[in-house]
Design a protein around this ligand. Structure first.
Ligand code: APR
Length: 183
């Protein structure tokens, strides 16, 4: 498992081999981080995406990064639209991270940057998404040596940082009691 770091910033400024975008099934771009990535990569990104569409939720596909060079690849993944939490959203979101890492590994990617997938337009609650993301990247064996979780705002940064600080599978407020040794 590679080194995992939470950073605050614009993912299109990341100097990594692959940038992950939170796409929709058309892979034609949109708002949010997808819009920023498409603007930075240029119109060829949508052309390349269209050739691979549709991309189903939880799946991940790679294209060149075009004008984002020296970034080599954009990995497009489609998060789940939040529907209340009992429609398998956690599992789909986890697959976004796992499948993006698998695609990155197949491409020989050594460093990757993820946005906080599904926590914007798709409405996935931030703290819950942060735990899913932290657990997925920590439990996926990968040859990708550097994993950067890029937060666009301080709240997202702190949620990801806190999730990584907790044992796998533990959400905020569910921390196991600290067993105080007597004496
Ligand atoms: N760098 C890093 N993170 C960013 C950036 C950026 N430049 N711009 C936005 N974000 C963050 C948002 O603040 C949020 O935390 O990315 C996270 C994901 O939010 P969205 O981009 O809205 O993605 P998502 O919730 O997965 O919705 C996907 O929105 O843009 C459309 O085409 C996209 O239909 C798809 C949907």
């Amino acid at each position: 498992m590679g080194a995992i770091e939470v950073v605050l910033g614009d993912i299109t400024r990341e100097n990594v081999d692959a940038i992950v975008t939170a796409a929709n099934e058309s892979l034609l771009g949109g708002g949010g981080v997808d819009g920023a990535v498409h603007r930075a990569a240029g119109p060829r990104l949508a052309e390349a995406g269209a050739a691979l569409a549709p991309c189903l939720p939880g799946r991940a596909v790679a294209t060149p990064a075009f004008d984002l060079a020296p970034v080599r690849y954009v990995i497009h993944t489609v998060g789940p639209v939040w529907e209340g939490g009992d429609h398998g959203e956690d599992e789909v979101l986890a697959r976004c991270y796992v499948n993006s890492l698998l695609v990155a590994e197949e491409l020989g990617v050594e460093s990757i940057a993820f946005p906080a997938i599904a926590t914007g337009v798709y409405g996935f609650p931030l703290d819950r998404a942060a735990v899913v993301a932290a657990d997925a990247v920590r439990s996926t064996p990968s040859t990708v040596g550097e994993i950067r979780l890029v937060a666009f705002d301080r709240e997202t940064h702190d949620a990801l940082r806190d999730a990584l600080a907790r044992p796998i599978g533990v959400r905020r407020g569910e921390e196991p009691p600290v067993d105080r040794q007597p004496g």
